[in-house]
Design a protein around this ligand. Sequence first.
Ligand SMILES: Nc1nc2c(ncn2[C@@H]2O[C@H](COP(=O)(O)OP(=O)(O)OP(=O)(O)O)[C@@H](O)[C@H]2O)c(=O)[nH]1
Length: 217
Amino acid sequence: MTQASASPANVPQLDYLTSCALPTPWAQFTLHAFVEHATGKEHLAMVLGDVSNGEPVLARVHSECLTGDVLFSQRCDCGAQLEGALKKIAAEGRGVLLYLRQEGRGIGLVNKMRAYRLQEAGADTVEANLQLGFHADARNYELVQPMLRQFGISELKLMTNNPRKIDALTRLGFNVSERVPLLVNRNSFNNNYLNTKEAKLGHMMRPAETVAEDGEL
Ligand SMILES: Nc1nc2c(ncn2[C@@H]2O[C@H](COP(=O)(O)OP(=O)(O)OP(=O)(O)O)[C@@H](O)[C@H]2O)c(=O)[nH]1
């Protein structure tokens, strides 16, 4: 695998670093690592099957959530979405999951914890970010372009409930030919959070789109 290809000036510069096998409970993926020049952050891609054959690729662009992805937090749906996306890719036998180091919708882990404290005092997830002086969502998805291009991917079946993520990838030149809902693990701890994402961030969270009543995929 060669270095990530040269990008236009407005696309973040990224180096391809290395890869290894990554067995999971559902499939053996190949894990690829990149480093972003501007921040030094290491971003990851989990790839399964032949994704460069021109067929639309089942894809997840996942933002880091240490509390949800690793520490089993029920305050969000992130961990369940990560697991659900990997299971779907394994079931299809082909796909990609980008793991972007955009913790806390881009504000970082400790600021996300500060936002959680404000939420414990009554703010919702958007108000808490604003009270801390951040945008409601500080992420951008420009990194996705050199990462997916590295694997020859241009058409996506994107697993997301976030219409702004679809818009962002479309603006970057990807053809999002299908949206695959990823509605999992609604519970008493994250119910208000998910409702706020629908009301204020435009997420598509209708029950009719829920994959299964018990949260399993
Ligand atoms: N600032 C902040 N970030 C949060 C909070 N809860 C989760 N996150 C972060 O939000 C990001 C995931 O955002 P989501 O809105 O679940 O996912 P999305 O990418 O926008 O949409 P989907 O593709 O549908 O999952 C991760 O970076 C989490 O760390 C919160 O209350 N405040």
